[in-house]
Design a protein around this ligand. Structure first.
Ligand SMILES: [Zn+2]
Length: 141
C-alpha cells in the first residue's frame, strides 16, 4: 500500500501549502484521503511563520486542529538560514541556523513526533550527515 505525503511549504513566491489550512484544503479535495498524509519540514514551517523554537506545543496543537496529528507520517529535520516568517526555504545544518539545536532537540523528543521517521535535508556531505545523525542520537531521550 502506498501513502502520498503532502509537505508543508515555506511560502516562497506563489508556493501552495504554506499554511496548515492550505494543506487541509488540498486534503479535503482528494477522494482517497486515507491514502494521503503530511510530511512536516521544520525549516519550511519556521520560514512560513510557525515559531517552533518559542512554541512547539502551540504549533503542534494548531497542526492537530487543522490537519490532525494522525495524518503526520514523517518529519524533514532541517535548521533554517532565515528568521521565522521569512518565506525563504534555505535549509541550514542542525544547530547552525535560526531554529537552533535546542529547539530541534525538542522536536525529535516531542511525544507527538518522536515515533516518526526523521529525514535530514541539511546542506552536508556524508561526513556532515554522519555527525548530525550521531548528535541527534546523543540528544534523543
Ligand atoms: Zn526546503
Amino acid at each position: 500500500t502506498t501513502t502520498v505525503l503532502l509537505e508543508t511549504m515555506a511560502g516562497k513566491g506563489s508556493e501552495v501549502g504554506r499554511s496548515f489550512e492550505e494543506l487541509r484544503a488540498i486534503l479535503d479535495r482528494v477522494q482517497l484521503t486515507e491514502k494521503m498524509g503530511v510530511c512536516l519540514d521544520t525549516c519550511h514551517i519556521w520560514d512560513a511563520g510557525y515559531n517552533i523554537a518559542e512554541d512547539l506545543d502551540g504549533v503542534l496543537t494548531q497542526f492537530d486542529k487543522v490537519i490532525g496529528l494522525d495524518k503526520l507520517y514523517a518529519v524533514h529535520l532541517n535548521d533554517s538560514m532565515n528568521p521565522c516568517g521569512a518565506h525563504k526555504d534555505r535549509h541550514q545544518k542542525l544547530g547552525q541556523g535560526y531554529i537552533g539545536l535546542e529547539a530541534l532537540v525538542r522536536v525529535i523528543n516531542h511525544p507527538a513526533l518522536k515515533h516518526l521517521p526523521f529525514i535530514l535535508e541539511t546542506p552536508n556531505e556524508d561526513d556532515g550527515y554522519a555527525a548530525e545523525i550521531a548528535l541527534m542520537r546523543e540528544c534523543a531521550e
